[in-house]
Design a protein. Structure first.
Length: 115
């Protein structure tokens, strides 16, 4: 199922910060066998011009998938709560949700110092 194929009885599972995060979360849920989608991505062109809360994008799932989806999303949020980490290869500071350095591609490992 592609993002956007949301049925009328689906429920909101999460409010993503922006359409890009919402797409990421739809993919994450689909990797866990949970059908997920977005209803609208029409505000994407407003990034930089609209207030940040106007870009919040709901992620929708079937009612029967709401609890499993929330478990996956809870794990996603927990992963994002950690400290930034510094790449042991290039010294770039990375967001905690990145498993690879965005600058050089080095995998996050025990040798990476937290920032």
């Amino acid at each position: 199922m592609q993002a956007g194929q949301v049925k009328s009885d689906w429920v909101r599972a999460y409010s993503a910060a922006n359409p890009m995060e919402a797409e990421l979360l739809v993919g994450l849920l689909q990797q866990h066998g949970i059908g997920a989608g977005l209803r609208s991505q029409g505000l994407m062109g407003g990034i930089g011009e609209l207030p940040l809360d106007a870009l919040h994008t709901p992620v929708w799932v079937a009612p029967r998938d709401l609890e499993p989806a929330r478990e996956v999303l809870k794990a996603y949020e927990a992963k994002n709560d950690g400290p930034d980490w510094t790449c042991s290869e290039c010294g770039e500071v990375n967001d905690p949700r990145f498993d690879f350095c965005w600058q050089c591609g080095q995998a996050k490992d025990d040798n990476n110092a937290t920032g």
